[in-house]
Design a protein around this ligand. Structure first.
Ligand code: GCU
Length: 612
């Protein structure tokens, strides 16, 4: 037995040396963009799990962290250890533990996990024959909230942030048979987290998006951004990053535009060049034209579907391809039928409802959604506002909190920078005013523009009332391209009958977007328009708010709160909320409320005035 443990220790130590060599060589820092164009193997399916509220699989009884000190510990769950004989003590066994469907939140897959906040371990076994000279990456669409990732007992890393992709190179660790991939997932909320302790949505824990193995050549196309150069509509700017570069030629081909452009690769692996392009059919909601783009080296070919369009502001106007546009939107949480949404089918259902409403725009709240939503918005012609969960009372004076927010912002922009549908990056939602908050947000705005100068930057601000007037004078508005704000006239105060006469002051000559308004209604509950929680109240609230909004200065878009009812631990009114926020225009069961048709008819009239 001792011999086995020694051999295991030698194996793990050898692997760790290989991994560190990879890290030193810089080969392993690849962050692969666009998996759909690559050679992938899905690890979705049934995974075993162990609920571990005391983190027994991570700490010894004296709080010694196993994976920092004692790699041989048989009690460390990441070792997937099995007793070698009848007398050996081992108190866990993944293979005899229950399973759940991955991707998927844990809260809705087992009754005892509905409110669970803590650690759950997951294990998936797989075989993989990696051809000689090839490299293998392990990619996660998202894991909420913190993931410690191990493969065959080797710690690959720790990722924090519940809504952005991450990956590790596992070349040299993966073996042909019986690989065991183990994650420690912890969804506990923390004061310094992003989001922080308090949110108005369910803290869905787990491996909530796709898990994928990606096989790559030794010299690989790691990342690329391809789109119209800022300020032009006939020059396509390309930036391609090659990992482990050798002298090579990069080719970008866009057959429909008769483009076939080759470029010598620089020693640093970057190829940045501009291609003149005529006769482009510009992407828009009315005509969401996507071009097949082929990126080639002598080792690899990747294809993507990319739309070309311009987006800018001029005074109070938002110009899409040079034409003024009104954003007929709706806010959407990543939730479908009472669970965390994650699939292409979920995306089709949610965005299909948005289209039925007459939307040309969606606000994906309050965090980056799964990539299926963005790729489908590209295809369906839905403009997109994406945001990071810098929500409410974030710890604005904490540097690690800022670094976390910045990392999530960077990952969001990196993932979706080739999606024509995305026109707005948002850095915050309803954050309380303070000097620390202003500094935090200004830095995020600057970072956003550094990452992507071609899109607009915004944030969902709060307003204040003064002498009966609505005032939007949040200082951060000076740094934003679009002044967006949430207002809840008729729900969190303010009279509905006089709403159409309300006066609003916005001291910026910029486009204004009402990023939230709305009110709760229990679907099927009917009464008079004065009775809160009825469909009639919500219907009246929409009618009155829409009249008020139409008179706001510089109004150029709205994204009412919200497409569907969604779970929230903050909403506990028995018989009405029962753990759901009921501001949806559609119930969790998919039933439309009366206010749905008020907004739909408003958008029909808007589209006549502002055709897409
Ligand atoms: C806030 C917040 C939402 C919340 C909504 C509500 O504006 O941005 O996340 O769900 O109002 O109170 O229903």
């Amino acid at each position: 037995m001792r011999k086995t443990i020694v051999l295991r220790a030698v194996f793990v130590l050898t692997i760790m040396i290989i991994v560190s060599l990879f890290l030193l060589s810089g080969m392993a820092h690849a962050q692969l963009n666009n998996l759909s164009g690559r050679q992938t193997t899905s690890l979705n399916g049934k995974w075993n799990y162990i609920i571990d509220p005391y983190e027994t699989g991570y700490y010894s009884f004296h709080a010694e962290v196993y994976d920092q000190h004692n790699v041989k510990a048989t009690g460390a769950y990441y070792n997937n250890y099995h007793a070698k004989n009848k007398s050996e003590l081992v108190e866990y066994d993944f293979d005899k533990s229950p399973t759940m469907q991955i991707p998927g939140d844990w809260n809705t897959q087992a009754a005892e996990l509905k409110y669970y906040e803590g650690t759950i371990w997951f294990k998936r076994s797989f075989d993989y024959q990696l051809p000689k000279g090839k490299r293998l990456f392990l990619h996660f669409g998202a894991v909420n909230y913190k993931a410690d990732v191990y493969l065959n007992g080797v710690k690959l890393g720790v990722h924090e942030g519940g809504f952005t992709p991450f990956q590790y190179e596992v070349t040299g660790i993966v073996q042909p048979k019986a690989n065991y991939l183990i994650l420690k997932v912890d969804n506990k909320r923390t004061k310094e987290g992003v989001p922080t302790l308090n949110t108005d949505w369910w803290n869905y824990g787990g491996i909530t998006r796709d898990v994928t193995l990606v096989e790559e050549p030794s010299m690989l196309i790691e990342d690329y951004s391809i789109g119209l150069k800022k300020g032009t509509n006939n020059i396509i700017s390309c930036r391609i990053k090659i990992n482990n570069p050798a002298p090579a030629t990069i080719t970008v081909e866009i057959p429909e535009l008769k483009i076939n452009w080759s470029y010598g690769l620089l020693a640093n692996g970057i190829a940045a060049f501009e291609i003149p392009a005529d006769n482009i059919s510009y992407w828009s909601p009315a005509s969401p034209k996507l071009y097949k783009v082929i990126i080639r080296t002598n080792a690899q070919t990747i294809t993507d579907s990319i739309g070309f369009r311009t987006i800018e502001t001029r005074g109070p106007d938002i110009l899409l391809n040079g034409n003024p546009v009104f954003l007929r939107g709706i806010s959407i949480h990543e939730e479908y039928k009472g669970r965390r949404a994650h699939s292409a089918a979920d995306a089709a259902a949610l965005l299909g409802w948005a289209k039925e409403l007459g939307c040309n725009y969606v606000r994906l709240a309050h965090y980056p959604h799964n990539e299926h939503m963005l790729k489908l918005a590209d295809k369906m012609g839905l403009l997109v506002w994406e945001e990071i969960p810098v929500y409410w009372t974030i710890d604005f004076k904490n540097k690690s909190t800022y670094d976390n927010a910045a990392a999530q912002l960077t990952a969001m922009v990196n993932r979706d920078k080739n999606r024509a549908a995305v026109i707005i990056w948002s850095v915050a939602n309803e954050t309380p005013l303070s000097d620390n908050r202003n500094t935090f947000l200004k830095n995020l705005v600057t970072l956003t523009r550094t990452l992507d100068s071609t899109r607009l930057v915004s944030a969902a601000l709060l307003t204040r009332q003064e002498n009966g007037q609505g005032i939007v004078d949040d200082k951060i508005g000076e740094d934003l391209d679009i002044v967006a704000f949430n207002q809840y006239r008729g729900w969190y105060g303010g009279d509905l009958a006089t709403a159409p006469e309300a006066v609003w002051k916005v001291p910026y000559n910029k486009p204004v977007v009402v990023s939230e308004f709305g009110g709760d209604a229990k679907q099927g509950l009917h009464g008079t328009k004065e009775e809160r929680w009825t469909e009639e109240y919500q219907e009246y609230l929409y009618r009155q708010n829409l009249q008020m909004i139409d008179k706001m200065p510089n109004i150029r878009g709205i994204s009412p709160w919200i497409l569907t009812d969604f779970r929230s631990p903050r909403r506990v009114l028995p018989g009405i909320q029962d753990g759901f926020n009921r501001k949806g225009l559609i119930s969790t069961e998919g039933k439309r409320k009366k206010a749905f048709f008020v907004l739909q008819s408003y958008y029909k009239s808007k589209q006549r005035k502002y055709p897409d």
